[in-house]
Design a protein around this ligand. Sequence first.
Ligand code: XIL
Length: 367
Amino acid sequence: MIMTCFRSVVQVVLFSVLTALATGCKKTTKPQLAAVATLKGTASFPMGTSVVASPLSERPIYQQTVLTEYSSITADYEMKLDIVEPQQGVYNYAPGDFIVGFAAQHHLRMHGHNLIWHQALPSWVLNFQGDTTAWENLFKTHIQSVANHFKGEVASWDVVNEALFDDGTLRNLDHKQGDGTASIWRQHLGADYIARAFTYTHQADPNALLFYNDYGQEWGGPKLDSMVVMLNNFKRRGIPISGVGMQMHIDINVDTAGISNALKRLAATGLLVHISELDISVNPGNIGNLVFTYALQQQQATLYQFIAQSYKANVPSAQRYGITTWEFSDADSWIPNFFNRPDWPLPFDNQYNKKAAYFSLLKGVGN
Ligand code: XIL
């Protein structure tokens, strides 16, 4: 009896010592850190950001955030015409090459932006004198030189950017309403230049996915209607188009029903749908001394989550090319410079800390 009792006491003590040792060992040799969720690790589709070559090479926190959070990158301006072809036939690929090299080294998807746009044009294009044939040659040569240079390194291209006026007509020289910024391309190349841009790009890089990219789809109305007509027309004619980009430069007063409607209608074309340049401005009224209050932070965060959820709800998974923000930190957003006002449009703050917007976007992209 005494022996049995003694044996059980020894067993209990031994068991406790062994358990304590085992637990102790586990604690010291394998610290159990809670994994920190990331955007790319949470979403079932690519999460992207646009980047600029200089901070990517020089600012460790910038580079680190890109590598931790994103699976796709787009160049802010390093592939635009004024940078890559500052003089006719003189190409400057170094900044773009740095970005594609970074993408290749870190296995990130590289989205090319853009081949044809009415902005970012150098004076040699704006002042070019030539007949229709000379213009067509300039247009085709630019597209094919750039697409050929980055062939195999970019997965996709925004082939044509912002070719429609806000009223849905083709951006031209003689238009005065809405966004009246002219398009020299339409003026010299005729109405079907957009389709030809796709064909030329496809000839140069048959493996790249080709996108039409624009803003304002969430307004609905004539711009969205014409875009859908154009995309369906390209598909019917066998023009090599793979997808459509919704820039989504929006602000906190956006009509959310318009976002869902646009996603649904663009998805109905059967094309890939890329939210390509997302940012959510909180100061659309240009208030010079605006404070980014808690209420504004929450309002912005709710919208980020809504966009991700609406994307999943309205775009079938096979058509989700991903969600890309235009930069990721308020420190690097184009909005404050472009509109000359304080603003905080992105998921990371000026110090690269995660904002409420980040956490809501994270929640929105998850299942
Ligand atoms: C912006 C860049 O972020 C700026 O650095 C540049 O000065 C102007 O262009 N729509 C587009 C992008 O398609 O190319 C623009 O990028 C933002 C609006």
